[in-house]
Design a protein around this ligand. Structure first.
Ligand SMILES: [Zn+2]
Ligand SMILES: [Zn+2]
Length: 183
């Protein structure tokens, strides 16, 4: 979704997008998968560059890496980006950060080169949502995952496998003695 930066007035302009206004649906659909989202940001000209500040709220459907159940992850991300008019570098993949530099501490704004006057808000919002997603999402910190023996979801109750296997496999304190040879 392209925003024409040359049309932003000196006092700035605010934008509000949701799944209902739909402008960003195609940029976000494979990340938010039909979940509601709400994106508010302001674009403010500052000298030759543009400052984007705002926030993204969304529930993103993810699969728990422990129990494999789908759950909604709450995304609550601040947007603080400086748009620097310049020549855009080619992207090699949709989430590659060639045009995007982030400060290591995550405190200050990051910056994006844009081919003025076009600013693709969809790409920035997509990157922000993608970066907010953990590499190993879990439905809850206390998720017990699946039984490694029978595959039962242990959040729904115990299956008894672990107790059985432990009984079989726990080395007896006397097993070492058995291996020793007393001559
Ligand atoms: Zn889980
Ligand atoms: Zn089991």
């Amino acid at each position: 979704m392209l925003i024409n930066l040359s049309e932003i007035p000196p006092e700035g302009r605010t934008f509000h997008f949701t799944e209902k206004t739909a402008e960003l649906n195609s940029a976000l659909e494979d990340l938010v998968r039909n979940c509601p989202y709400s994106i508010d940001f302001q674009i403010q000209p500052v000298g030759n560059i543009f400052e984007v500040t705002g926030k993204i709220h969304s529930d993103v459907k993810m699969e728990c890496t422990r129990c494999l159940k789908e759950f909604a992850l709450k995304i609550d991300e601040r947007i603080h980006e400086l748009l620097i008019p310049g020549k855009e570098l080619p992207r090699t993949g949709r989430e590659t950060k060639v045009n995007h530099t982030s400060e290591l501490e995550g405190t200050g704004p990051s910056s994006t080169l844009v081919s003025f006057p076009n600013f693709d808000a969809g790409v920035l919002m997509r990157d922000t949502v993608a970066l907010a997603q953990p590499d190993h999402p879990v439905c809850s910190a206390s998720c017990m995952g699946l039984c490694q023996y029978c595959g039962k979801n242990l959040n729904e109750g115990f299956c008894g496998c672990a107790a059985l296997r432990n009984k079989d496999q726990r080395p007896s304190p006397f097993s070492k003695l058995k291996e020793m040879k007393f001559n």
